[in-house]
Structures are given as structure tokens and as C-alpha cells.
Design a protein around this ligand. Structure first.
Ligand SMILES: *[C@@H]1O[C@H](CO)[C@@H](O)[C@H](O)[C@H]1NC(C)=O
Ligand SMILES: *[C@@H]1O[C@H](CO)[C@@H](O)[C@H](O)[C@H]1NC(C)=O
Length: 361
């Protein structure tokens, strides 16, 4: 019978097999094209930076890191004619009115904005820019690529166009890249701010499979033992003993990359789809972490976690460790780290823009 199977079925089957092989070994969405594309970016990508009205620095990481690294990089060109993208720097906070004036100046004084109505421009705004009725700000928000910090309020982020910066890792030197061999004791670990979703957290606290560390409680509620801990020294040791690390989307994601690097699979708790994950169009997030809503409560959450089979879990864990090096902010930019991968996402966005340019001119 098998011999009579139409050839198309064989093709489909082999495609499926190929896809499976790829997904099992790589944290990347496009593992075959990424290395070459990345090299092309390093050798050709050029960015023209408008001169700010007055010199400034960003006050908070990771925006400050990105801005500083960009200014000092080889991507900067003084020649706007060879630029793929234009960077519009402005200090923050900047009022909507000042922002509108800034765009208007750029529009009237130089020819570059009008060619694409801002589509080959990008800017940094840590919290993302809000809706506005000012025509200039509308164009900036709708057309230019925004770089904000993850997580970004959803109204302030346009999926597929905008880019989010990976959370700043507080201490890059201690970032482990190899998962420890600690045997896992807990299903889930959560560092709790003492406020978010108290009902759900209380449910988890009563469950021996979860370890909740809380600033307010001033001690670790590991189950079976309560260890005293000063509220300032979080060891995150619980994460090393847990299969999954839980985060509230709105909450403290600063350690997410570090915990992923040590082999703790991230679970983001949020009641809507999230589209601003860092390196969203580079990494295979759906195979590295879980997004779970609050509706099912602690029990529903636990059911989802228990539903992840051992094989799938090990794969997720491996991919997390591998992906974490791309999400790390180093003291100086390193190949394929957070800085370079954000640059890479900008590089991916230049195509759309060239097409737009041809249409507009
Ligand atoms: C860009 O277009 C606007 C009209 O939308 C015009 O006022 C402005 O002078 C143009 N800028 C340049 C540099 O030609
Ligand atoms: C951790 O486990 C792996 C395999 O499970 C083993 O190869 C490695 O030597 C172990 N490392 C340590 C430090 O025990």
C-alpha cells in the first residue's frame, strides 16, 4: 500500500521531518539564514544619527546601554546617503509637544523624513510613546521603529514594527551560562512583590510544589522549611531548585535572562497575548517558555506546568540556556549579545523600508 501513496505525501512527510529536526536543535526562528544575515549586518549596516538639540544620556538601563553602544559602534555613518536607517535621539521624558516640534524640524530641514514619512527612522523611548493627535507624533509612532524596554504597555507597542530591549541584567559577571546540576525540588519558583495577584499567589503558597520568595515577608517560604533571609539579599537559589520560574508580566522581569541562563524555564503570567518579547522575530519563544493566564488560578497554572512532558521540558531548558547569551547586556558589546541582536532586528526591518521608499518617491 505504501508504494501507492501519492508523491505529495512523501514530500509533506519529509518537510515535517526536516522542520522537527530544526526545531529540536535551534533556538532561532530562521536558523539557516541567521548566520549569513548577521555577518552581512556587521559588514554593511549603516546608521545616520541626527544631532540632538543638546547632548544627553539616557538615565536608566537598558536604554542607556543601547544608546551608548550605538554611538560608539561602527554602525554609525556621517554620510546620510549611505545610511540604511536614521536614528532620532531625544532625551526623556520629552513632552508630546516637544516631540512634535522635533519631528517637524527634521521633516523641514532635511530631505530624509519625507522620503518614507519616517519609516526608515528609529528612536528610543523606554516606556514607548503614547497616542497623540499631533500629526508629527502620529507619523513617528505609526511609521518609525520604536525601541522600548520590555515589558512595554501594549498601547505603546506596535507588533512586528517595534522592538523591545531585553531586560537589563543587574550583574552580568555572575551570569551563569551553564545550567547547574541541582536536582529540582520545586515545580515553580516565584519572586513575589507582595502585591500582584495575591489570591493566585496565596494558592501557590499553600502548595508544596511551589517556592515563593517575597520581599514583604522577609523570609523564604520554601515548603517544609522557612528560612530567614534579609529582604535585600535575594539569592534566587529557589530558581535553581525549580523547573519553572514564574514572572508576572507587569512585574520584576529583570532576572529573567539570568534565570533562563541557569536553566529555569520562564513562565509569564498574563491575561492577554504578548507581542513585545525581546528578540521576538529571532528567537523561538514558543518553545522556550510558557504564557499562562490567571483565570485558572493556582490550580490551573499547576495543571499547565504538569502537562509539559519531560522530553519537551528538557528541550525548553536547553533552548533557554542557548538563547540567554543573546539576551545578555555585557559591559562591552560582545558578538550576538543583546546589543548586537537588537541591531540585528533593526537590520531585518530595513527591507520593508526600502520597499516603502520606492513607493513614496
Ligand atoms: C516635507 O514635506 C512637507 C509637507 O508635508 C514640507 O512642508 C517640507 O518642506 C518637506 N521637507 C523638505 C525638506 O522638503
Ligand atoms: C552534570 O550532568 C551532566 C549530564 O547529566 C554531566 O555530564 C556533568 O558532568 C554534570 N556536571 C557536574 C558538575 O556534576
Amino acid at each position: 500500500m505504501a508504494f501507492q501513496t501519492p508523491p505529495t505525501i512523501f514530500i509533506l512527510l519529509s518537510l515535517l521531518t526536516t522542520t522537527t529536526t530544526t526545531t529540536t536543535t535551534s533556538p532561532y526562528l530562521s536558523p539557516t539564514t541567521l548566520p549569513q544575515n548577521y555577518q552581512n549586518m556587521l559588514s554593511t549596516f549603516k546608521i545616520f544619527i541626527y544631532t540632538p538639540n543638546k547632548p544627553f544620556t539616557f538615565q536608566t538601563p537598558p536604554s542607556s546601554n543601547f544608546y551608548k553602544f550605538l554611538l560608539n559602534s561602527n554602525f554609525v555613518t556621517q554620510d546620510p546617503e549611505e545610511a540604511h536607517l536614521f536614528f532620532l535621539p531625544f532625551s526623556q521624558p520629552t513632552s508630546t509637544r516637544a516631540l512634535g516640534r522635533l519631528v517637524k524640524d527634521v521633516r523641514t530641514q532635511l530631505p530624509y523624513w519625507n522620503r518614507t514619512l519616517g519609516a526608515d527612522h528609529f528612536f528610543i523611548s523606554s516606556t514607548g510613546i503614547d497616542h497623540s493627535s499631533d500629526r508629527n507624533v502620529v507619523e513617528l509612532k505609526k511609521n518609525a521603529v520604536q525601541i522600548s524596554t520590555f515589558p512595554t504597555t501594549s498601547e505603546n507597542f506596535i507588533p512586528h514594527k517595534d522592538v523591545s530591549l531585553p531586560p537589563f541584567n543587574p550583574d552580568p559577571l555572575t551570569l551563569p551560562h551553564v545550567p547547574g546540576n541541582d536536582t529540582t525540588t520545586f515545580l515553580g519558583y516565584l519572586k513575589w512583590d507582595g502585591q500582584t495577584e495575591p489570591a493566585l499567589v496565596n494558592e501557590l503558597k499553600g502548595d508544596v510544589d511551589f517556592m515563593i520568595e517575597s520581599e514583604l515577608l522577609d523570609h523564604v517560604e520554601g515548603v517544609g522549611s522557612i528560612r530567614k533571609r534579609s529582604s535585600t539579599s535575594f539569592s534566587f537559589s529557589g530558581s535553581r531548585k525549580s523547573k519553572f520560574c514564574l514572572f508576572f508580566y507587569s512585574g520584576d522581569v529583570a532576572r529573567m535572562v539570568e534565570l533562563m541562563g541557569s536553566g529555569c524555564v520562564p513562565v509569564v503570567i498574563v491575561d492577554r497575548p504578548i507581542q513585545d518579547l525581546p528578540l521576538m522575530d529571532v528567537l523561538r519563544w514558543s518553545e522556550m517558555g510558557l504564557v499562562i493566564g490567571t483565570r485558572g488560578g493556582g490550580r490551573g497554572l499547576k495543571r499547565v506546568l504538569l502537562g509539559v512532558g519531560e522530553e519537551r521540558y528538557e528541550k525548553m531548558r536547553e533552548l533557554c540556556v542557548e538563547a540567554s547569551r543573546h539576551l545578555v547586556w555585557n559591559a562591552e558589546p560582545q558578538p550576538m549579545d543583546a546589543f548586537h541582536m537588537v541591531m540585528y532586528q533593526l537590520w531585518l526591518r530595513r527591507h520593508t523600508i526600502r520597499y516603502a521608499r520606492r513607493n513614496w518617491v
